[in-house]
Design a protein around this ligand. Structure first.
Ligand code: GBH
Length: 536
């Protein structure tokens, strides 16, 4: 039997501990009040995102920085590609939004939105002009130090992408860039330099942005470096990128994570593939669409190795083509082990959807081996980009698909979602109601993925803070929530920025009534901004 004194002591201790834990839980809102959310007749879900939900906005270095010849920056493959005429409107990123000289303005815009973080990328050739660690450009290092410090002073967390497509040109010329394993230790050197110089303040790192699109630069002519090695360039570069990503991941985890207490992941892009109909043939085709789109990268990281369907199909096709080896490089066991489990979170970029049909294709290629055709549904509203039709449920489908396919995904950070309009001659209309609707409906589907499908989505990032250099499309497709006048470089909020600010402030859309109020305010505000922009 315990003594009476001991019993009283134990009881007091237990009561005290329960009290402390409970007040802590209330303070950090672990004990959530009955969550209020309500679906209206049109299926729109009002209510809040989880308390910890992170709202963000994004750009990338080559698309906004400009300052191409300033501060000791070296050339990248996009400087070369754009200067030899790869861009639809003949433009390049020499000046872009001039963020290299105007980052304080950008930080002010981000702050104005009320978001908790800002996703940007570091230009590898600005900090290492030749791509190699023996030549560090301290002026380039300072640029990002200033940007990061100004963000943190404004209470905005930097979310930093190491590689958003702008490979140092020297590395492409010397050994073929992402086609060669030579790049792996060089990428790790670069990543490590960033961890060392910025890791005390940067707590979220993204190794690669959209390896699938990087691969398309080795597979086709459409993106830098535009090598057009159909059937082999895409798979080979994907294989090298996965290995480089994994090495950078392990370097961070082994040498920096403990002291810097950050995390590191990869960003993959994926749109939703709607089977044309319920026939087994087209349902299978839509599965192949997803595997070739995201599985090529997510499977090695979350399950191990290439998706079986890709390994089988490409192997079979390669044999028929009379090759002695598959066009899809084979992983060594050590490589498989190195790649698996290398993402603390999954960064996801998602924009649109396609209708998928089965169709046998003869020509070898990353974009043909899946034996499908894709089309946009005529009922989906178009945007300023031919590939992007507006289908809000797509993002929810992709999120739930990832949860089902990769049970160990941990959490998803949406690192890009947005929509374009084509440039307008004359006076630009800042009242971008279609983009307001886009954000309203896409974020609502994210909310549904969280509340109804139980997907662990930790945050959402709008693409983009600014109208910017839209890669091969140049400046004619505008994704910004702020308009940029590319003559004066003046930034002006579009209605979508005013809407996003309210969405972020309220962590969701509380009710139809509140939404109606916002819409009235926004209409008035953007009409006044239109007046100021060009006096109409
Ligand atoms: C993202 O890519 C990028 O991360 C970002 O930099 C970019 O600005 C944003 O999306 C908007 O595009 O012109 O018909 O040849 C999304 C994937 C890959 C979609 C390339 C457009 C070109 C199609 N993008 N693709 S086309």
């Amino acid at each position: 039997m315990l003594q009476r004194k001991t019993k009283v002591f134990l009881l007091l201790t237990v009561t005290f501990v329960v009290y402390v834990v409970y007040t802590w839980m209330v303070r950090v809102k672990v004990v959530m009040a009955e969550v209020k959310f309500e679906e209206d007749d049109d299926g729109f879900l009002y209510g809040e995102f989880p308390n910890s939900f992170q709202w963000s906005v994004a750009t990338s270095a080559y698309q906004v920085e400009g300052g191409a010849d300033q501060g000791g920056r070296g050339a990248s493959i996009w400087d070369h590609y754009s200067h030899v005429g790869g861009i639809a409107d003949g433009s390049n990123g020499d000046v872009a939004c001039d963020s290299y000289n105007r980052h304080k303005e950008d930080v002010a815009l981000v702050k104005q939105l009320g978001v908790t973080s800002y996703r940007f990328s570091i230009s590898w050739s600005r900090v290492l002009p030749t791509g190699k660690i023996d030549n560090i450009n301290e002026e380039g290092i300072s640029y990002y130090n200033n940007l990061i410090n100004d963000l943190i002073a404004a209470n905005i967390q930097p979310v930093v992408t190491l590689y958003h497509w702008d490979l140092p040109l020297a590395l492409q010329n010397e050994f073929g860039g992402w086609l060669s394993d030579v790049i792996i230790p060089l990428f790790v050197d670069y990543a490590e330099l960033c961890f060392q110089r910025y890791g005390d303040r940067v707590k979220t790192w993204i190794t690669l942005n959209e390896p699938r699109v990087v691969a398309s630069g080795y597979e086709t002519k459409d993106m830098a470096p535009g090598l057009n090695k159909l059937g082999v360039g895409g798979y080979r570069s994907s294989y090298v990128m996965l290995k480089a990503h994994a090495r950078a991941y392990h370097t961070y985890v082994e040498r920096y994570k403990q002291t810097q207490r950050g995390r590191i992941g990869i960003t993959l892009n994926c749109d939703w593939g709607v089977p044309h109909d319920a026939t087994p043939l087209n349902k299978e085709a839509s599965t192949r669409f997803m595997q070739w789109y995201i599985g090529l990268y997510a499977h090695p990281i979350y399950v191990g190795g290439w998706p079986k369907v890709i390994e089988d199909n490409v192997g079979e096709k390669s044999r028929k083509e009379g090759r002695s080896e598959s066009r899809l490089p084979a992983f060594a066991q050590a490589e498989l082990d190195d790649i698996i489990g290398t993402s603390d979170f999954l960064g996801l970029n998602s924009y649109t959807a396609v209708i998928v049909n089965h169709k046998r294709k003869q020509s070898p290629g990353l974009f043909t081996d899946s034996d499908i055709t894709t089309t946009l549904d005529a009922s989906w509203p178009p945007s300023g980009s031919s590939w992007l039709a507006i289908y809000p449920p797509g993002i929810r489908k992709v999120l739930s698909w990832i949860k089902g396919e990769y049970p160990g995904y941990g959490s998803i950070l949406i690192t890009e979602n947005g929509v374009s309009e084509t440039d307008q001659s004359g006076c630009f209309n800042l009242c971008d109601q279609f983009r307001v609707n886009f954000f309203k409906n896409y974020t609502n589907n994210v909310l549904k993925a969280i509340r109804y499908d139980g997907v662990n989505v930790e945050g959402y990032t709008a693409w983009s803070l600014l109208d910017n250099f839209e890669w091969a499309r140049g400046y004619k497709e505008r994704f910004g929530i702020h308009h940029v006048d590319f003559n004066t470089l003046k930034r002006t909020p579009k209605a979508s920025a005013l809407f996003y600010k309210r969405l972020v402030e309220n962590n969701g859309i509380p009710s139809r009534g509140v939404l109606g109020g916002w819409m009235k305010e926004i209409e008035g505000e953007c009409a006044r901004e239109n007046q100021a922009l060009c006096g109409t």
